[in-house]
Write a protein that binds this ligand. Structure first.
Ligand SMILES: NC(=O)c1ccc[n+]([C@@H]2O[C@H](COP(=O)([O-])OP(=O)(O)OC[C@H]3O[C@@H](n4cnc5c(N)ncnc54)[C@H](OP(=O)(O)O)[C@@H]3O)[C@@H](O)[C@H]2O)c1
Length: 332
């Protein structure tokens, strides 16, 4: 991407989108197209059509989506499938129609089969049944990847999907009803510290292993992938014959217990961690094989401790703007 290229970051106020904006600006990209959800609702086909026809972005990062943790996914599957299908269909289709040079779609490690061999390689997508709790979201995301793949095959586009592991970082969601495990634990421990509570309950046994990637590292990987030479990009896409996906992760996982202990340390919560084994553990391990992206030349930079410290500092800054219902806590 030239430094003056017109780049549209869809979902720029979200966890990934805001990290993308920071990353792009830090690398000297200044011609960014940024519209809030309110300014452009990507589920509205005619609005998206008008926007692309008027603005003609050269590059598109598609980080707008309906996203949530296990509780939100299992409570609102109809919203997850409907909104995600519409957002990605509209954006990918208009990107093709208006001749966007490259599009990077955000997939996710949670759309691989529930029992995929670990660490999960790109080629295990679509090889087995999905995790039932987020199947609606996963099917939508898989449809987005298939759409990128189909355009690459039929029209020779260069549309690629990044497949990040669990992400965390500044700007994450801390509403306990909607959030993922890591921000939920940060919030619970912060509140326990302030109230002087002597224990925090963590869902499940603490034994499942999960991989966490700092959002700024994820954004760095996305910009790296967008900037691959045509030769390297085409080797991945193989004229539409290969799945257009690349895993991005930190390359190692931790148990939920280890994660909780590290968060307690970073937050300064010195009480007891109680693991409620009556709550579901979910898949025993979720770790990405990141050999493809590392062979391409990208490596993660931020340790889990460093990333947590930065995330917690930002959380504290805006802690009092958070509104939620702690009794609906969804921790794993
Ligand atoms: N978070 C993770 O752990 C994780 C892991 C792997 C992959 N990913 C993927 O990364 C992408 C971004 O996730 P995220 O965590 O950054 O989510 P996020 O923080 O919820 O951000 C999503 C953004 O999309 C916007 N948006 C939602 N619906 C929209 C619509 N109809 N029109 C316009 N904008 C809309 C949201 O705006 P409002 O908030 O105003 O609605 C928000 O700014 C998703 O595709 C997700 O699957 C995330």
């Amino acid at each position: 991407m030239n430094r003056d290229a017109k780049i549209y970051v869809a979902g720029h106020q979200g966890l990934v989108g805001s990290a993308l904006v920071r990353q792009l600006r830090a690398q000297g990209y200044a011609n960014l197209l940024l519209l809030t959800h309110h300014e452009l609702d990507l589920t509205k086909q005619s609005e998206v059509e008008k926007f692309f026809a008027r603005e003609r972005p050269e590059y598109v990062f598609l980080a707008a989506a309906k996203v949530g943790g296990i509780l939100a996914n299992s409570t609102y599957p109809a919203e997850f499938i409907y909104q995600n299908l519409l957002i990605q269909t509209n954006v990918i289709h208009e990107a093709y129609r208006t001749g966007v040079k490259r599009l990077l779609f955000l997939g996710s490690s949670c759309i691989y089969p529930k029992h995929a061999p670990q660490p999960m390689k790109e080629e295990c997508l679509l090889t087995g049944p999905l995790e039932p709790t987020n199947r609606a979201y996963a099917v939508a995301k898989i449809a987005g990847i298939e759409m990128c793949w189909s355009h690459n095959r039929q029209h020779g586009t260069r549309f690629l999907a990044a497949m990040p592991s669990n992400l965390y970082g500044p700007g994450d969601h801390y509403d306990l009803h909607d959030s993922h495990v890591l921000p939920a634990l940060i919030r619970k421990m912060h509140e326990a510290k302030l109230s002087g509570a002597d224990q925090v309950v963590v869902w499940g046994t603490g034994s499942p292993r999960r991989e966490f990637l700092f959002s700024d590292d994820a954004a760095n990987a996305c910009v790296f992938l967008m900037n691959l030479s045509n030769e390297r990009m085409d080797a991945i896409l193989a004229n539409g014959r290969s799945l257009p996906i690349v895993n991005i992760g930190c390359g190692e996982d931790a148990t939920v217990r280890e994660l909780a202990e590290l968060i307690a340390d970073v937050v300064g919560f010195s009480g007891e961690l109680v693991f409620d084994a009556s709550k579901p553990d979910g898949t025993p391990q979720k770790l990405l094989d990141i050999s493809l992206v590392t062979q391409l030349g990208w490596t993660p930079r931020t340790s889990l401790r460093e990333g947590l410290a930065e995330t917690y500092a930002e959380f504290v800054q805006r802690a009092y703007a958070i509104a939620s219902t702690p009794e609906k806590a969804n921790v794993v």
